[in-house]
Design a protein around this ligand. Structure first.
Ligand code: G3P
Ligand code: CA
Length: 266
């Protein structure tokens, strides 16, 4: 059976707005999430970090420099300082000719605000920093808002995911890159069926470390294990079509409008 968070979606391919659809509007902002949700995406993807004072905030990079008008590591700024930044400051659709979201009130959101604003929307949430207590805070917030069944938790850090699974059972998780490598190796040996995974989804790039992951055989092995396979970051429609034909069950994209159009859903 699919994890609860995906239960209502049936067989249709999932459209997942990467950082809320960062090709269309400023990433990881409530504005982006609102707009992506009104396009009708299936899941919102976002990145989690901790502020210096321990608040879970939604931002991708270790530092605020690339996306805001501020500078410095997220972990060295208090929530109030992060909230004072303009998170629309650097976004441009024309390579820096214009910056339509400057001074429009786009902020770095607290994860709690996202949970409040989107109580029923399914989300992919990525733990960006291990070993700082983010797993505990995340689980507590999901419980506070009654949303254990509304998220898929992802991370590049295997230890983060293992820790999260122990302390927050019942929440769907994605495979870490090391788990993906193990599955690839077993598949090569023809032993993929021996694996009983602790995760419910695979979120993978089409290729990684020179190894092509998006092959019909590997995708079939994953599906046969009951895994939902979602590919990132897929922004061009011909590539989207190709991957869907190959058996991808979800597209994580900066341009959810393109995926929805391709699927005849816009
Ligand atoms: O969904 C996978 C993707 O979010 C990982 O890449 O760097 O955009 O967080 P990144
Ligand atoms: Ca991410």
């Amino acid at each position: 059976a699919p994890p609860k968070v995906l239960a209502g979606f049936g067989e249709q391919p999932l459209v997942i707005a990467h950082r809320g659809g960062r090709g269309l509007w400023p990433e990881n902002s409530l504005f982006a999430f609102e707009r992506a949700a009104s396009l009708g995406v299936d899941l919102l993807e976002m990145d989690l970090r901790l502020s210096r004072d321990g608040e879970v905030v939604v931002i991708h990079d270790r530092k605020v420099d690339r996306t805001t008008d501020g500078s410095g590591p997220v972990a060295e700024l208090d929530l109030a300082q992060l909230q004072a930044l303009d998170a629309g400051y650097r976004w441009s659709a024309d390579g820096g000719e214009s910056f339509p979201y400057r001074d429009q009130g786009v902020r770095i959101p607290r994860f709690a605000e996202v949970l409040q604003r989107f109580p029923t929307q399914a989300k992919v949430v990525e733990i960006k920093v291990p070993d700082v207590g983010l797993e505990e805070r995340l689980c507590a917030l999901l419980d506070e808002h009654g949303q254990r069944d509304k998220v898929i938790v992802a991370s590049f850090y295997d230890r983060s995911l293992q820790h999260f699974r122990e302390l927050c059972p019942g929440v769907a998780t994605s495979a870490s890159p090391s788990s993906v490598r193990l599955l690839v190796a077993l598949d090569w040996l023809g032993l993929g069926r021996l694996l009983s995974p602790s995760y419910q989804t695979l979120q993978i790039p089409p290729s990684s470390d020179g190894i092509t992951l998006a092959t019909p055989g590997f995708l079939r092995t994953a599906r046969d294990r009951g895994l939902n396979v979602q590919l990132w970051t897929i922004n061009e429609q011909p590539v989207m079509s190709h991957l869907l034909e190959m058996g991808a069950q979800g597209l994580i994209t900066d341009y959810p409008d393109r995926a929805l159009q391709l699927l005849g859903r816009s």
